[in-house]
Design a protein around this ligand. Structure first.
Ligand SMILES: [Zn+2]
Length: 351
């Protein structure tokens, strides 16, 4: 990966500098953003839906207030054309040209929301991302229910990650200018097949060859006892690259994923970046709770102090990735561009 400065110039930020970044993340800001994105008015943030568009506008307004540079093709929005079947079900398209050939009632438009914090180096950058889309409402989306509640609010999945992206952006924008450019992306279409991330990778706002790392944040609003409880998180594919070791060396409360048989490394947006060759991992505290992909994934069940602590750790992790040495894949552990990954050792079947 390119480095304009000699590698000796990349020093891991000091603990004092990192904690100054972490302290800018507050319970009050985390709570306000999570309650906004998981509100019923967002209608479960389904891809290419009015509720999804409302969530995207909220995120763009936050990015503007933080002072990020708008990096989409329409302000902070990176338009993602989709084809719609059955009135709501979006499918990926290769191009706007393909979209143009569709009848009007099958043309859908989703958006990623992309903001950039410019670094000192001309050719080195990282991506911090989370998906903001979720399952929508019963009958318009893939939300299922057996109660009176008809909205899948997806507070944990993944409003919590989108909040983390915004809070990390806020903390890093107030810090001294980072060495590397940081691209903050909240993606659409994760729940319907990583549509937004795949579009982003085909249309990156900074060349993928300049990308030294991707950190994704997914489901962090409840503590996981296997990660050590409140304030602690796990990283998928921990043993694949040096990223986790870098965080451990800095004393961050981030441990290996304790459930490798779940295949989490390849179940979220990070896998698309990893298959593009970029050291890419997901930070999470998902404990396999029963409210996953149900109407019960409600904001009232969020543990805000836990979530704030995890976002603080994630902000320190981003500080390290933006200013320290670049992580690299361990020998033979970089995923192939295509094909299913082999099961983790000791796993008899996936999931
Ligand atoms: Zn998710």
């Amino acid at each position: 990966m390119p480095e304009t400065l000699p590698s000796g110039a990349a020093a891991t930020p000091s603990a004092a500098a990192r904690s100054a970044v972490a302290r800018r993340v507050t319970d009050a800001d985390v709570r306000a953003a999570l309650y906004a994105l998981a509100d019923d008015s967002m209608e479960g943030r389904f891809t290419a839906s009015p509720g999804g568009a409302r969530a995207a506008r909220y995120i763009a307004a936050q990015m503007r207030a933080i002072g990020l540079r708008a990096a989409g093709d329409s302000g902070f929005f990176q338009r993602v054309p989709v084809s719609i079947t059955n009135g709501y079900m979006p499918h990926a398209l290769e191009s706007f040209a393909a979209w143009d050939t569709l009848p009007a009632d099958r043309r859908g438009m989703a958006v990623n929301v992309v903001g950039v914090l410019r670094g000192q180096l001309a050719d080195s950058a990282i991506v911090v991302d989370a998906h903001y889309d979720h399952l929508g409402v019963v009958g318009r989306g893939t939300c299922r229910t057996n109660s009176a509640d008809s909205i899948c609010n997806g507070a944990d999945d993944d409003a919590s990650g989108a909040v983390a992206v915004l809070e990390i952006a806020k903390a890093m924008a107030a810090a001294p200018r980072p060495r590397r450019t940081i691209v903050f992306v909240t993606t659409t279409g994760e729940e319907v097949g990583l549509i937004g991330t795949r579009w982003y990778i085909a249309h990156p706002v900074v060349p993928l060859s300049d990308m030294t790392a991707n950190l994704e944040i997914e489901m962090i609003d409840r503590p996981d006892s296997l990660a050590g409880g409140p304030g602690r998180a796990w990283l998928t594919g921990y043993d694949r690259s040096t990223m986790g070791e870098m965080f451990a060396k800095a004393g961050l409360p981030i441990v290996p994923d304790a459930r490798p048989c779940q295949g989490f490394f390849e179940r979220s947006d990070n896998i698309a970046f990893a298959r593009a060759g970029i050291p890419a991992h997901t930070l999470s505290t998902f404990d396999l709770h029963a409210d996953y992909h149900r109407v019960n994934d409600e904001v009232q069940l969020a543990n805000i102090p836990h979530m704030t602590a995890v976002i603080r750790a994630a902000a320190e992790a981003v500080d390290i990735l933006a200013n320290g040495p670049a992580p690299h894949w361990h020998e033979g552990r970089k995923p192939a561009p295509t094909g299913r990954l082999p099961l983790a050792p000791g796993c008899s079947a996936r999931r």
